[in-house]
Every structure is written in structure tokens, then in C-alpha cells.
Design a protein around this ligand. Structure first.
Ligand SMILES: Cc1cc2nc3c(=O)[nH]c(=O)nc-3n(C[C@H](O)[C@H](O)[C@H](O)COP(=O)(O)OP(=O)(O)OC[C@H]3O[C@@H](n4cnc5c(N)ncnc54)[C@H](O)[C@@H]3O)c2cc1C
Length: 426
């Protein structure tokens, strides 16, 4: 029997779920609140030349097999990130090289196990459990502030550790990128799917023994099942039938949206290959700020294609800056950039700012974090079908949470598990 399924959200998780459902011969209805697909995958493409800048997601590594496969099938190759392979990480504004040993301490996180709510602590207290100095704690605190995009005092350490443990690779997550706009991958997925109802947000979802009903401002849709491919803190704002509320609502409410501002500068030459460090000439690949915290600057060049530095400003600092005019944000950010790489910071040929703060549709930040004091593993509940309904988003995946790869895997998992759930129902 052909199953009819509604997919809500056309970010990577929704597109991946829809692709799997279409391949299983389901009848699909796709609803997307925005006028375009992609969600946090959004490429700015120049109208004058073929330059593009990723406003949202950008990097992958070669263990992210679904992303590599998608890029290949869309006819795009993968290139390395960074102007050269031998760059080092520094702490700014001191310009002190960060020793590899600090990154080794991250392995200690694998040994910390928090399985009960009573054992949970705020992420900000987790640093105390690592065998590191006060200065290193400050550095780690800054790194996590940028990485998680939420004030570490509000974030569950258990939730953070689970993201760390679900990162199914020994490689760094920024080693590679696609040699072309990621929006082309979105377009490639869309080509194989039925027409999406754009600018049509789902408002309410009702489920009973007979099926599901999804209401938008324009129409009511009925189907056998629904995949809600919307980030959890955004999905918590939708209206649900009482059975769905009692099963899912506490888990949805366990998430807080992140905040990130991404600023990319393009240069004629990668001058950060020869920076005057404290004692010697260094090649900077990445700088983490200790004051203020929650900022990093990375060599984000697509090797052989462009020379770029990108600043990521996370959490409270991003929220504060998001209240200012873009010109003021840039002025402040460029002063920080100068602290990291010197006066040549101002010699850029192009600059692009994107702000992901309190985004009503995508949530903001790389992904939503689990709130300290809430459910300990809400992702485990949300990714399993109940009453013909299942959630999918990068936060919920078993592998590569908070990454594009995770969104693709979450979508596929949701589609497959919903179909087997419906099959059992008969
Ligand atoms: C600045 C930035 C940098 C990042 N960098 C990287 C990176 O380098 N590498 C990496 O792997 N990942 C990165 N990420 C994370 C990555 O973008 C996400 O993990 C992934 O794209 C999330 O996909 P998703 O489908 O789960 O959610 P989303 O992309 O948020 O998609 C959700 C979709 O649901 C839609 N929607 C919301 N509400 C409704 C509704 N009521 N009805 C219908 N539709 C609705 C939204 O409009 C959106 O299209 C970055 C993210 C940001 C913001």
C-alpha cells in the first residue's frame, strides 16, 4: 500500500527524509515556511562573477560520507580547507600558540559519563573536570561558547558530551569543503522531489488512529504520517494534538536556540601564512579569543580557489551584536580581527556578514543546545516515531549532531523508522 507522508521543513533533514520516502514510493507533501529550501545551508552568489560565500554551513570532512556522496552526485568536487596544511592555532589577542596538548584534553571528555539528570551540571562547570590550568579553562570556555553558540552556564553538560560523542570521526570537522555553492546541493535534491509548498509554514499537527492532519494558513493536509524536519526549539512553538503534547512536548522544550554571527573576508593573498607571532613568524590556521570569549577566526580558504578568513561570534556576544547596525558590528569585528592577524586585516577585497540569531525558522546558531536542568537525552525520544509522527533535524541524529551530515542522516533515519512504524500499524 502506498503511504502518504507530509514532510515539514525543507532544510537538509527534510530534503533527506523526502528523498528516502520518495525512493520508497510514498506519496509526498512538502511544506516549507521560507520562500526557499536549504534552511541553515544558504549560499550568497555574486551576480557579477561566479564568487560565492556560504552564509551558513560550509565545512565537511571525508568521514561525512552522505555529504561527500551528495556533492559527487551533484557534480561538485571536494577541496581542502585552509591555505596550507601546516597552520597552527593561536590564542588571541595574546597571539600565543595553543599547544596540541590542550586539544588532547578533549579526549578526556570521552571518559566523562553523565546518564542521570541528577548528575548533570552546566557546561561551564565541565571544564573544572578537565586536568587543565585556569588559562586553558578560559580558552576552552571560549571555544565551547563559539562551538555551542549558547551561554555555557545554560547548557547541559550531558547534552554537550552527547554532541561530542556522536561526532563519528577522528578528523577535525573543517578539513574539507565542497568546491561550489552548497545551495547547488539543495537544488540537486529538490530536482528529484515533488514541488515543495514554499512560504507555507505548518501551524498545527493532529494525529489519531486514522492518520495525521497538518494545518497551514492556506490549507489542511491529511496523510498516514508526518516527519517534522524543523529544529526542536522551533518545533516546540507549533500546536499539537494532546497525545503528541504529552509524548513529545517536554523533549522539545528541552532545547535552547543558539546564536552565531559569521563574517567572511576575502584577500588577494593569504598573508596569515607569515604572521609575526610573539617570538617567531607563524602560519595561523585558527585563532580563539580569550577576551572577549566566544570568538574564533579561521583560515576558511577553499585551497587553490580563494583566500579567506572567517570570524565566528557565538552565544551572548552574538546576541548583543545582533542588536547593532551591521556597519557597527563590522567595525567592532575588524578591530578583533586586527588583534589576531595585524593591520593587513583591513586589506580585504570582499566582506560578507550573516547573522543567525533568534531566527524564527531555523532557530539560530549551528544547532539548538540541550538546556541544563531539562531532559537529559531529549534527542533519543524525538527521533523515534510515536502516533504517526517523528522529528528530524541535525540535533537529533545518532551521528554528526549539529552538522549537515547529521541533518542528512537524521532525515533518512526518520523516514525509514516512520515507514516501519506505519507498516507495523498495518
Ligand atoms: C553560521 C553557520 C555555520 C555552520 N557551519 C557548519 C559547517 O561548517 N558544517 C556543518 O556540517 N554544519 C554547519 N552548520 C550547521 C548546519 O547548517 C546544520 O546542522 C544543518 O544545516 C541543519 O539542517 P536541518 O535540516 O536540521 O535544519 P534547518 O537547516 O534549520 O532546516 C529547517 C527547515 O525547516 C523550516 N521550517 C521551520 N519552521 C517551519 C514550519 N512551521 N513549517 C515549515 N517549515 C518550517 C525552515 O525554514 C528550514 O528550511 C552551520 C550552521 C550555521 C548557522
Amino acid at each position: 500500500m502506498t503511504q502518504s507522508i507530509i514532510v515539514i521543513g525543507a532544510g537538509l533533514a527534510g530534503l533527506s527524509a523526502a528523498t528516502a520516502l520518495k525512493n520508497a514510493n510514498c506519496h509526498l507533501t512538502m511544506l516549507e515556511a521560507a520562500p526557499q529550501a536549504g534552511g541553515k545551508v544558504k549560499s550568497w552568489i555574486s551576480e557579477k562573477d561566479d564568487t560565492y560565500i556560504e552564509e551558513g554551513a560550509q565545512f565537511i570532512n571525508t568521514d561525512m560520507t552522505q555529504m561527500v556522496k551528495l556533492a559527487t552526485s551533484a557534480g561538485l568536487s571536494i577541496v581542502q580547507t585552509g591555505s596550507k596544511p601546516d597552520g597552527i592555532s593561536i590564542a588571541a589577542p595574546e597571539q600565543a600558540p595553543i599547544s596540541d596538548e590542550l586539544f588532547d584534553h578533549e579526549d578526556e571528555l570521552d571518559d566523562i559519563v553523565i546518564t542521570r539528570k541528577e548528575e548533570d551540571i552546566p557546561l561551564s562547570s565541565l571544564y573544572n573536570r578537565l586536568d587543565i590550568t585556569k588559562d586553558e579553562q578560559q580558552l576552552i570556555s571560549s571555544m565551547y561558547g563559539e562551538l555551542i553558540n549558547v551561554n555555557p552556564q545554560l547548557v547541559s553538560a550531558a547534552g554537550f558530551l552527547s554532541i561530542h560523542k556522536r561526532f563519528a570521526s577522528m578528523q577535525d570537522d573543517t578539513t574539507h569543503q565542497v568546491a561550489g555553492p552548497l545551495s547547488h546541493l539543495v537544488g540537486h535534491l529538490l530536482k528529484q522531489l515533488p514541488t515543495v509548498h514554499f512560504s507555507e509554514p505548518a501551524r498545527s499537527i493532529f494525529s489519531d488512529e486514522k492518520g495525521v492532519t497538518v494545518q497551514t494558513d492556506k490549507q489542511e493536509y491529511q496523510a498516514d504520517g508526518v516527519v517534522i524536519a524543523v529544529p526542536p526549539a522551533v518545533a516546540s512553538k507549533l500546536t499539537y494534538s494532546s497525545n503528541l503534547v504529552s509524548h513529545f512536548k517536554q523533549a522539545l522544550d528541552s532545547y535552547i536556540n543558539g546564536s552565531i554571527i559569521k563574517i567572511t573576508w576575502e584577500y588577494e593573498t593569504p598573508f596569515w601564512e607569515e604572521l609575526k607571532g610573539r617570538d617567531e613568524v607563524i602560519h595561523m590556521a585558527e585563532a580563539t579569543f580569550t577576551t572577549p570569549q566566544g570568538i574564533s577566526v579561521q583560515d576558511t580558504s577553499a585551497r587553490g580557489i580563494n583566500n579567506r578568513l572567517t570570524m565566528f561570534i557565538g552565544a551572548d556576544l552574538a546576541e548583543e551584536l545582533a542588536t547593532k547596525k551591521e556597519d557597527d558590528v563590522v567595525r567592532i569585528a575588524e578591530e578583533w580581527l586586527k588583534e589576531a592577524v595585524g593591520e593587513r586585516a583591513f586589506t580585504y577585497s570582499r566582506r560578507h556578514v550573516s547573522t543567525w540569531v533568534n531566527d524564527p525558522l531555523c532557530g539560530g546558531g549551528y544547532g539548538a543546545a540541550v538546556r541544563y536542568g531539562s531532559m537529559i537525552a531529549p534527542y533519543e525520544l524525538l527521533r523515534e516515531p510515536y502516533a504517526r509522527t517523528v522529528f528530524a533535524s541535525s540535533e537529533l541524529t545518532k551521528e554528526f549532531a549539529h552538522h549537515m551530515e547529521g541533518a542528512l542522516r537524521a532525515g533518512k533515519y526518520a523516514a525509514t523508522s516512520l515507514l516501519s512504524f506505519l507498516k507495523k500499524k498495518g
